[in-house]
Design a protein around this ligand. Structure first.
Ligand code: GDP
Ligand code: MG
Length: 178
C-alpha cells in the first residue's frame, strides 16, 4: 500500500471503468477542477489526477485517480490498470442500456481480478438527461445491492452528486489501524 497512508491521512488508488462516452473523464474533471467542458475530446495518453478531501472526523483522503486513455474501447483493459486499486468507480450512462450491461461486465472482471477488499461504486451518470432515461434508477440500485456496491446517480454537467460520490467512497474505505 502507499507509503504515506496513516490513520489520519489515507492515500488510495482509484480507477474508473465503463464504456467509452459514459462521462468518466468529465466526472474526474468536475471533481478535481470543478469544470465541465462539453467540447472535450477523448483523453489522449494516460491521465492521472489527484484530489484530496477532508472528512468530518478530520481525516483526509487523497484520491490518486487513474482515468483510461480510451483503452476501454478494447475488450481487455489491462488488469495492470486496476491492480492495487483500493477503489473502482464503474460508470454507465442512464440513457444507454448497453452501457449498463458493460458496467456489469466490469463489475464481474473486478470481482475476478481486483483486490479482494476493493470498494466499488456503481455510478449512473448523465442524470440531467432524465427525458432520455432508459435505465431505471431501480435497476442500478438492485444490481449494486446484490454486488455489495455503493450506488449513486450523477451529472458531470450540472455537478449533481459528484462530490457526494467521492465523499461516500471515502467513508467506506477500510481504515488502517493506528
Ligand atoms: P468517457 O469516454 O467515459 O471518458 O466520457 P467523457 O467524459 O469523454 O464524456 C463523453 C461525452 O459525454 C462528452 O461529450 C461529454 O460532454 C458528455 N457528458 C459527460 N458527462 C455528462 C453528463 O453528466 N451529462 C451530459 N448531458 N453529458 C455528459
Ligand atoms: Mg475518457
Amino acid at each position: 500500500n502507499a507509503g504515506s497512508s496513516d490513520a489520519k491521512n489515507l492515500r488510495v488508488k482509484l480507477v474508473l471503468l465503463g464504456d467509452s462516452g459514459v462521462g468518466k473523464s468529465c466526472i474526474v474533471l468536475r471533481f478535481v477542477r470543478g469544470q465541465f467542458d462539453p467540447t472535450s475530446k477523448v483523453t489522449v495518453g494516460a491521465s492521472f489526477l489527484s484530489q484530496t478531501i477532508a472528512l468530518q472526523d478530520s481525516t483526509t483522503v487523497k484520491f490518486e485517480i487513474w482515468d483510461t486513455a480510451g483503452q476501454e474501447r478494447y475488450a481487455a483493459l489491462a488488469p495492470l490498470y486496476y491492480r492495487g486499486a483500493a477503489v473502482a468507480v464503474v460508470v454507465y450512462d442512464i440513457t444507454s442500456p448497453d452501457s449498463f450491461n458493460k458496467a456489469q461486465y466490469w463489475v464481474k472482471e473486478l470481482q475476478k481480478h481486483g483486490s479482494p477488499d476493493i470498494v466499488m461504486a456503481l455510478v449512473g451518470n448523465k442524470a440531467d438527461l432524465h427525458e432520455k432515461r432508459e435505465v431505471p434508477a431501480q435497476d442500478g440500485i438492485e444490481y449494486a445491492e446484490k454486488n455489495g456496491m455503493f450506488f449513486i446517480e450523477t451529472s458531470a454537467k450540472t455537478a449533481d452528486n459528484i462530490n457526494q460520490l467521492f465523499e461516500e467512497i471515502a467513508k467506506r474505505l477500510p481504515r488502517p489501524s493506528p
